[in-house]
Design a protein around this ligand. Structure first.
Ligand code: PMV
Length: 321
């Protein structure tokens, strides 16, 4: 009996923003993330005697339109590994929408690992990472725990994640500040496309990312949380500059997003270790130390209405049970 695969979500400290190959999801730049505990997806797949795949999410059968992305992905996997079987996928998402994280990273990482199990593909973690990338870019990194780098590469075989430190002894806590649970107005795929094609700053993005990856890896090696935070915040805000400078311009920020950015700056001036990072949505993730997280949370609870906070710590790579 094939085992269930569990993959955790990750937060990019150096963002992936732009595809050079849309079908293969090859990024223009490498990226670097921290895998988080708490939020994860469990997926089990079973071979079925059927001419199409069947997908259950949180015990509910998905209709054709809701399961389309997963079924298309399974077509890609069948083609890559030369099998014809159809599968029943049972996925349980422990990534509540309300926690402000997208579930595609843990979702496609768990799915890739689960298909590897069920079809006895005997893939290495590197190959599972490649397989996950074909589902969603950010899923490439969720194969490993701790700090992970996704090497951009330039072909299906050369674009995969590598662990930097799976069990880092770093005092890092990620506080997710949830402003809105609504679907993002512009998908990350669309947003990336617009930035790549029209932002006059996109040509600088590769150079910036390359130098920030070197710097943040050094900061990780030095266990220097303040440096990690500074670099991650600068990288995230630079990514969002690529949205505001696109034509037509767009932004994922809500008014509260800016407010939280300002609050975090104020808290820093008061001596608390806190830096923001923001993905393709309005919610803000605050990089804190174990020491600062309580003060940051208390300040937000007292001063900002209608937001909720979730604490996450360093998470593990793919697990099977
Ligand atoms: O993998 P996608 O298509 O969900 O894109 C992820 C984009 C960001 O979350 C903004 C950055 C990243 O590297 O995860």
């Amino acid at each position: 009996m094939a085992r269930t695969a569990r993959a955790y979500t990750n937060i990019a400290l150096i963002k992936y923003w732009g595809k050079k190959d849309k079908a293969l999801k090859l990024p223009w730049t490498s990226s670097l993330s921290l895998t988080l505990d708490k939020f994860y997806t469990d997926t089990k797949s079973t071979i079925i005697d059927n001419d199409h795949d069947v997908v259950y999410l949180n015990d509910e059968l998905l209709d054709d339109s809701s399961s389309l992305r997963i079924r298309n992905y399974l077509d890609v996997v069948r083609k890559m590994y030369g099998f014809n079987d159809h599968l029943q996928i049972n996925s349980t998402n422990h990534v509540p929408l309300s926690a402000g994280f997208a579930s595609s990273a843990s979702g496609f990482a768990a799915l890739a690992a689960s298909v590897n199990e069920t079809m006895n593909l005997n893939l290495s973690n590197k190959e599972i990472s490649i397989l996950a990338r074909n589902g969603s870019g950010s899923a490439t990194r969720s194969i490993y725990g701790g700090f992970v780098e996704w090497i951009a590469g330039n072909s299906n075989e050369t674009s995969f994640a590598e662990p930097i430190d799976e069990n880092p002894d770093i005092d890092i806590v990620l506080l997710s500040v949830v402003i809105s649970e609504a679907e993002k107005s512009i998908s990350s795929t669309k947003g990336m496309e617009l930035s790549v094609k029209t932002s006059p700053f996109y040509s600088n993005w590769s150079t910036l990312v390359a130098s920030e990856i070197i710097k943040i890896k050094q900061a990780i090696a030095n266990k220097d949380l303040q440096q990690i935070g500074e670099i991650a915040e600068h990288n995230a805000l630079s990514m969002h500059a690529l949205t505001l400078s696109a034509q037509p311009p767009y932004t994922y920020f809500a008014p509260e997003t800016i407010r939280i950015i300002q609050i975090v700056k104020t808290l820093r001036q008061q001596g608390f270790l806190a830096y923001v990072t923001i993905d393709a949505g309005p919610n803000v993730k605050i990089i804190c130390s174990k020491q600062s997280v309580k003060a940051v949370k208390d300040y937000l609870d007292k001063n900002v209405q209608n937001v909720s906070t979730f604490e996450a710590h360093i998470g593990k790579g793919i697990q099977y049970f």
